[in-house]
Design a protein around this ligand. Structure first.
Ligand code: ARG
Length: 297
């Protein structure tokens, strides 16, 4: 069975989350005595090109464009072996030679994660294949409650050399989140709601949406979908958005020195009017410090 994780599917995963947390426990961070939720990962199946069987519809409701080979080399495609069976597709980014940043909801019920960095086409042999040996999930993430702190760091079995990691947005880079500014989102997720994943990476330029508008847009969707302005960034418009399978991938400033501003987290459907994509805010202090600490493990 192959599937993409969706915010909607999260509820179904809650029991599994509890099991993972209970069995694996937490590990202690040296600094500041903060606990990092540590998940030991098993050796999973080899990277399986069949993770994607392209639908071939050619549809592109997400509004993105195919990415040429070798562009955005910091991108990672994740094959998540899910507890209880099946494989899920997620995105991620190389943030240092042996750390990949992704979404918590991608890995909370993972038993294994196989990934490729620097690969544009999933069924190709481009880039480097690695296995994640551990996942650190933000200790305040609780998918049973809402989507706050949807962030995790994967530690790789071997470092990736020769690929420049993406940089994390800093507090001084809040200007990158000004409403209307165009940022890129990239991934292998479905090209429309309920569509198929894409074998070739796609990327779309999406406008940042103001916190006030996003809060309003998601106010009536229940506590699970609530938008928290200090912890989340919204971006997208009708016809341009991330979609299922893009989770964990970056919202970023492209260019010669790429900077990651957000992590694909959730939405209501994809690319619908008044439901911008919601991203974990990388430069929110409690999120950025977690990422840096976990990556240093
Ligand atoms: N949760 C989805 C995933 O696991 C990503 C959803 C993003 N949705 C959106 N409309 N931006 O892949």
């Amino acid at each position: 069975m192959r599937r993409a994780l969706s915010a909607m599917a999260l509820a179904a995963l809650l029991a599994a989350v509890a099991v993972v947390a209970g069995v694996q426990g937490t590990a202690r961070a040296e600094a500041r005595g903060v606990r990092l939720h540590h998940i030991a990962l098993q050796r999973g199946p080899a990277f399986d090109p069949a993770l994607v069987h392209a639908g071939g519809s050619g549809s592109q409701i997400v509004g993105g464009k195919p990415v040429p080979n070798g562009k955005y080399p910091f991108m990672a495609v994740l094959q998540v072996g899910v507890r209880g069976g099946g494989e899920a597709l997620c995105g991620g980014t190389l943030i240092d030679p042996d750390s990949v940043l992704t979404a918590a909801h991608c890995v909370v019920d993972a038993r294994s994660v196989t990934l490729a960095v620097g690969r544009t086409v999933i069924t190709s042999r481009q880039g480097r294949v690695r296995r994640a040996v551990a996942a650190y999930v933000h200790p305040r993430y609780d998918g049973a409650r809402d989507n706050r702190y949807d962030v995790a760091v994967l530690k790789l079995d071997r470092p990736v050399r020769g690929i420049k990691p993406i940089r994390l947005s800093t507090a001084a880079q809040n200007y990158l989140e000004r409403p209307g500014r165009l940022l890129m989102v990239a991934g292998w997720g479905t090209t429309r709601e309920n569509g198929s994943p894409s074998d070739r990476m796609r990327a779309a330029a999406v406008p940042v949406v103001s916190d006030a508008a996003a809060k309003r847009d998601y106010a009536h969707e229940g506590p699970q979908a609530r938008f928290f302005p200090t912890l989340m960034v919204a971006a997208g418009r009708r016809g341009r958005d991330a979609c299922q399978g893009d989770s964990g991938g970056p919202l970023f400033k492209a260019g010669r020195d790429p900077v990651e501003v957000g992590i694909v987290s959730y939405g209501i459907g994809c690319a619908r009017a008044h439901y911008p994509g919601v991203y974990t805010e990388v430069n929110s202090p409690g999120i950025r410090s977690f990422i840096v600490r976990a990556a240093a493990r």
